[in-house]
Ligand binder design. Structure first.
Ligand SMILES: CC(C)(COP(=O)(O)OP(=O)(O)OC[C@H]1O[C@@H](n2cnc3c(N)ncnc32)[C@H](O)[C@@H]1OP(=O)(O)O)[C@@H](O)C(=O)NCCC(=O)NCCS
Length: 165
């Protein structure tokens, strides 16, 4: 078991956050991109979340970013009560409760800033993430057939959401 702490992201974590996203993206099994975004894009994303007080937490172990969870509010007027959730934990740190701790922390802040709906899409083969989301009360809302294609392989996407009472 690793020692870790969950803390709100700050500017000094931007490179570590990007590196963690890059590592999980390069597994090609879970995320919607195949490598991490350019650093400047990660920086802009984090700064926007900080400015908007949007939930964005990182898990830190021995000074390194080993996971993240963010919930970015949608920007159209009729959607501002909703946020889109993203999460990942580095492969060697999975299965120790870190993902669940990250998502619970992010959901608490989402509630406290007034979001009433948190939504996401998850690849159909990602049983671990689907189990985690169901455990926290997310409900499956839809199936996006062949939404993902990597090389010649297609995969369905599942949309899930959690509503706060
Ligand atoms: C999904 C992910 C964030 C979960 O984080 P984690 O730290 O491994 O998960 P935790 O140890 O906190 O486990 C929490 C719950 O997840 C589910 N889970 C975790 N590992 C699992 C496994 N091997 N099989 C099935 N369910 C599993 C369970 O519901 C578990 O609750 P339980 O311990 O009561 O059974 C992590 O596996 C990950 O980073 N995956 C790759 C990136 C990704 O899939 N991101 C989401 C894209 S939509």
């Amino acid at each position: 078991m690793h020692n870790y702490e969950i803390i709100p992201i700050t500017e000094k974590h931007i490179e570590g956050f990007r590196a963690a996203v890059d590592s999980v993206a390069r597994e090609h099994k879970y995320l919607a991109f195949l490598e991490g975004p350019p650093l400047e894009m990660s920086r802009a994303y984090v700064l926007e979340n900080l400015q908007n007080n949007s939930p964005h937490f990182v898990a830190i172990s021995e000074g390194k970013v080993i996971g993240w969870c963010d919930i970015a509010p949608l920007d159209r007027p009729v959607f501002v009560h909703s946020g889109t959730l993203g999460i990942g934990v580095l492969a060697s740190y999975r299965g120790q409760g870190i993902g669940e701790a990250l998502i619970r922390t992010a959901l608490d802040q989402a509630k406290s800033i007034g979001l009433t709906r948190v939504e996401l899409t998850v690849r159909e083969n990602n049983k671990t993430a689907i189990m985690l989301y169901k455990k926290l009360g997310f409900v499956i809302e839809g199936l996006h057939r062949n939404a993902v294609r990597i090389g010649t392989e297609y995969e369905n996407h599942i949309s899930m959401a959690l509503l706060f009472e």
